[in-house]
Design a protein around this ligand. Sequence first.
Ligand code: NAP
Ligand code: FE
Length: 367
Amino acid sequence: MTIFYVPTKIIIGKNCVRENASLFPALGTKALIVTGKRSAKTNGSEQDVRKALEERSIPAVIFDHVESNPSTTAARAAAELAREQKVDFVIGIGGGSPLDAAKVAAVLATNRIDDETLFSHDFAQKPLPVVAVPTTAGTGSEVTQYAMMTNDKIQSKSFVISDDIIPRVALLDAAYTENLPLPVTRNTALDALSHAVESYLSKRATEMSTFIALESIRRLGRRLPMLRRGASLDFDVREELLTASLLAGIAIAQTGTTALHAMGYSLTYFKKIEHGRANGLLMGDYLQYLLPEHREKVMAVLRTLGLSGVADFKALIDDLVGDRERLSEKEISAFSAIAMKARNIPFTLKSPSQADLEGMFRTSFLP
Ligand code: NAP
Ligand code: FE
């Protein structure tokens, strides 16, 4: 038996927010907008959402303090505002950080629960409906049941997982990503690639997730070489990156991620390496790890990217990531021990031991 579940109404195209204002009244009569500090104000997304709401006479309040890799603190403050202002729905605008904070705020607005209960996905009341307007092309959060929160208690990331936080509507206008700085474009594209690759190489892969993951990999393979230093990217490239990220999000919504993401969390938590970059730095050695026992599948990933082997893949990634951060042996063993406890480890095609993770960290990060 396989299940394929994508309940989000997905709308893609220039001006799709303004042209679909008619979708908002069905969600309620007052909205909470959740964004990061700056980008939504300068890329046109916040203004378009405000205008679409005004057109339908829906008042909105805004929480615009979400930082990258948010903890639940921001989501709790946004939820408090949602309750005070009696809003009916939440619109997340931004990269994965504001989108995930919007999802968690939607849960906490209707459920007064502590972090432990939140991370056990045990909430009695339905969250408020969520709308997602992504402005990076990476996380796929606009279609997933996941929200990732930095969790100091475990010095890593914890998930909130619920079908009830899957956005009702996702509005994807690549124009918002046109001024995304190249390093953010690169890092987020590597996040999308890691989603598609991990989904394809997951024990939970299904026929549908496989087909979608491969199409995401194909699109990324065509565009990744353009993300080297100094590239300028036109609208079509931006839109293809955004749809590749969307497809990768649909794929991980079916399968989840694997050991690669689990290892990446420590790089972000302890070394402040951006989420997508962290996965990108490790991806070549992750493919190398799986290659001996899963040659056919790993080769399918590489061929779909237009490459002929892991060495070519590593060369492409090295070109994109530039100088690598370095880790000490002590960090490698601590990060591997933390990663072994992550919920996505068992979905890895070849179940890793702690020594396997240490091996991948070593090849990626020792000089
Ligand atoms: P992000 O943390 O949301 O944003 C990174 C930076 O990009 C911020 O400084 C942001 O500025 C800026 N930015 C965003 N959109 C921009 C635009 N259009 N133009 C210029 N700058 C822009 O990065 P992200 O990689 O998209 O998200 C990472 C988070 O998503 C992590 O917490 C990760 O764990 C999570 N994640 C979630 C899922 C899921 O399924 N839910 C999957 C993978 C990753 P502002 O702060 O000013 O907006
Ligand atoms: Fe990710």
